[in-house]
Design a protein around this ligand. Structure first.
Ligand SMILES: C[S@@+](CC[C@H](N)C(=O)[O-])C[C@H]1O[C@@H](n2cnc3c(N)ncnc32)[C@H](O)[C@@H]1O
Length: 206
């Protein structure tokens, strides 16, 4: 298929997508917000006063939603390689969270009390080579888990996007060793044709 044709197909699907329309009519920066919103409604993740870390936060719809839910008593640290427009009550660090210097900055900001919840909607830059992309996505997920081991409070939670493929079963098993409850979610706003799904791990045990 020509690049022009596939761009047109993507534009058509964007225009007919109910969640794109919904996002355009809202103050949220991206349709991704409806994935977090659906999971939050079902699993009651976000509460007033929590400390939340949003890994891979740009353009910022998850941070917008989470920031609203935790309110002024809560704190939110957002991290992304890309720049992100400021949001009220959200601290932003620009950089790759796997970079030691960026990780150190995050840990310093979070402080010794730790975070209640880490949310990650990260995806690696895609090469189009499925095995490479899957390996990169699992690498990111492993780094996110290691990050949680440093910053999560006992009893804290991790919500993370994964892509169906090699390594996901082992990853879930790893989470099961460290969290009391691990469940899988495929929100309606996540396109059927997408291999993405979310894993929610709750009650972190040191
Ligand atoms: C799908 S977008 C996130 C959308 C976001 N949840 C929202 O609601 O607006 C994924 C983001 O992950 C970021 N990302 C990927 N790898 C990263 C890394 N190693 N460190 C920080 N951010 C990363 C990308 O730059 C991209 O902005």
């Amino acid at each position: 298929m020509s690049k022009k044709k596939s761009n047109k197909q993507w534009l058509n699907s964007q225009n007919s997508d109910q969640f794109v329309k919904k996002a355009r009519n809202s103050h949220y920066r991206s349709r991704a917000v409806f994935k977090l919103q659906e999971i939050d409604k079902k699993d009651k993740l976000l509460r007033s006063g929590q400390y939340v870390v949003d890994l891979g936060a740009a353009p910022g719809s998850w941070s917008q939603y989470a920031g609203e839910k935790i309110g002024v008593k809560g704190k939110l640290l957002a991290v992304d390689i890309l720049t992100m427009e400021t949001l009220p009550n959200v601290e932003f660090i620009q950089g790759d969270f796997t970079d030691l210097e960026i990780e150190r900055k995050c840990i310093e900001k979070i402080g010794k009390d730790g975070a209640d919840l880490v949310i990650s909607d990260m995806a690696p830059n895609l090469t189009g080579i499925r095995a490479t992309d899957q390996a990169r996505s699992m690498d990111l997920a492993e780094c996110a888990f290691e990050f949680c081991q440093t910053v999560l409070k006992p009893g804290g939670s991790l919500l993370i996007k994964l892509f169906e493929g090699a390594g996901t079963t082992e990853y879930r098993a790893l989470l099961q060793e460290h969290f009391k409850q691990v469940v899988t979610r495929k929100p309606e706003a996540s396109r059927d044709q997408s291999r993405e799904f979310y894993v929610l791990a709750r009650s972190y045990e040191l």
